[in-house]
Design a protein around this ligand. Structure first.
Ligand code: HEM
Length: 159
């Protein structure tokens, strides 16, 4: 019994890492969505930058744990790669990741005035644009677990 528990621990740990990364990503996006506004104060702007770094690390963890599950800790790589739902899942992840480049570059640029003790200049139009991007990212992230749960049960596999 003990041996069988030990044998599933690595896959359980990777699965947990996948869920934890997902939760952190989603939480970070919700916080960014809540914080974004024109001409933020120093505390909010700093928190945005930190939150985005945490989001980036968690997104990387999500990708690495996902790759780990495909290659070693899942139901065999063919089970996933032969399923179009898997590729939709990867595609939505990449689309959300690509979309987050714009906010990320924006926040990285904020770090420059913040380090000089100045505040970043954020117009209402920029804040509104970032709000929309974050909305789309949140919807994208919310659809991925649906694809994942169906994919994990073999829905979408040909024949
Ligand atoms: C390119 C990135 C990703 C890859 C390669 C990947 C891969 C995988 C794999 C192989 C599984 C195991 C399925 C099984 O149990 O047989 C899985 C499960 C899961 N993934 Fe991902 N994943 C990725 C991104 C994401 C993202 C971004 C989310 C959430 C937004 C997510 C949420 C889930 C969930 C909820 C499950 C559990 C499904 C279930 O057991 O019912 N994954 N993923």
């Amino acid at each position: 019994m003990a041996a069988s528990v030990a044998s599933v621990l690595p896959s359980a740990a990777i699965a947990y890492g996948h869920y934890l990364s997902f939760m952190v990503c989603f939480g970070a996006l919700v916080l960014e969505r809540r914080l974004i506004r024109a001409d933020p104060n120093r505390a909010d702007a700093t928190l945005m930058v930190i939150t985005d770094v945490v989001y980036g690390i968690a997104a990387l963890g999500l990708l690495l744990s996902g790759i780990g599950r495909v290659l070693h800790f899942g139901q065999g790589s063919a089970f996933y790669t032969e399923n179009p739902l898997f590729w939709w899942k990867v595609g939505v992840y990449l689309a959300v990741g690509g979309l987050s480049l714009y906010p990320t570059i924006t926040y990285i640029l904020w770090a420059i005035p913040l380090r000089k003790g100045e505040l970043p200049k954020v117009s209402e139009a920029l804040a509104q644009r970032l709000r929309w991007i974050l909305n789309i990212e949140l919807v994208g992230f919310a659809t991925i677990p649906l694809m994942a749960t169906l994919m994990a049960r073999g829905v979408g596999l040909p024949g």
